[in-house]
Design a protein around this ligand. Structure first.
Ligand SMILES: Nc1ncnc2c1ncn2[C@@H]1O[C@H](COP(=O)(O)OP(=O)(O)OP(=O)(O)O)[C@@H](O)[C@H]1O
Ligand SMILES: [Mg+2]
Length: 188
């Protein structure tokens, strides 16, 4: 059984999430697979935007919710950005995303998968990034203030949503563990 290593990071604002993504982009190697998990709006695409920039991708990374797979080849490594949100788990195998880490039909690069919880079979090695907003009903939270004041749910709530995120990273496989250890070292 391959060992897994886990680190728990905390971002108290958007810039911290972006800084973590930037740092990770400097550490990834050909064949790195990133599994992004977290609710709608937790920051998966935002994370990948900062990651892509740091990889040297000039094109603005957008959510591949409808395209399912976007390929970016202008950075230090090719980036294959996948979003499984619209698929049922049973539909995922027909995408053959393993081709992206097999290294035969596509140049090996980084594969990043949003809504990776839809994968029935996890890849043999990966960095799993779990983004979450801290508990929303803390009496001091801005969200709670919005609810108490009965403000318009959409715009006002979005404006008032806290920027705090917990960012848990789980590494499986030797190369992924090495990446996470370097990330950890530079965080200390
Ligand atoms: N600390 C933070 N980290 C990440 N995003 C943040 C943070 N604070 C605020 N945000 C905002 O939260 C939103 C996250 O949206 P994003 O599209 O990245 O989420 P997502 O997880 O990809 O959602 P979806 O499941 O719909 O694809 C953005 O508007 C971003 O600016
Ligand atoms: Mg997204």
């Amino acid at each position: 059984m391959t060992e897994t290593v886990k680190i728990d990071l905390y971002a108290d604002n958007l810039g911290v999430t972006q800084a973590i993504a930037t740092q990770l982009a400097q550490l990834v190697t050909t064949g790195t697979i990133i599994l992004l998990e977290g609710n709608l709006g937790s920051g998966k695409t935002t994370f990948m935007q900062a990651f892509g920039l740091a990889l040297g991708i000039q094109t603005t990374i957008t959510s591949p919710t409808f395209t399912l797979i976007d390929e970016y080849t202008e950075g230090r490594l090719p980036l294959y950005h996948i979003d499984l949100y619209r698929l049922e788990p049973s539909q995922v195998p027909s995408l053959h995303i393993e081709e992206y880490w097999r290294g035969k039909d596509f140049p090996l690069g980084v594969v990043a998968i949003e809504w990776a919880s839809k994968l029935i079979h996890l890849p043999p090695h990966y960095l799993q990034i779990n983004l979450a907003t801290p508990l929303p009903f803390d009496s001091s939270s801005k969200r709670n203030q919005v609810l108490e004041q009965d403000l318009d749910f959409d715009d006002d709530l979005l404006e008032a949503l806290p920027e705090e995120r917990t960012i848990q990273i789980i590494a499986k496989g030797e190369a992924a563990i090495e990446i996470i250890q370097n990330l950890k070292t530079s965080k200390n």
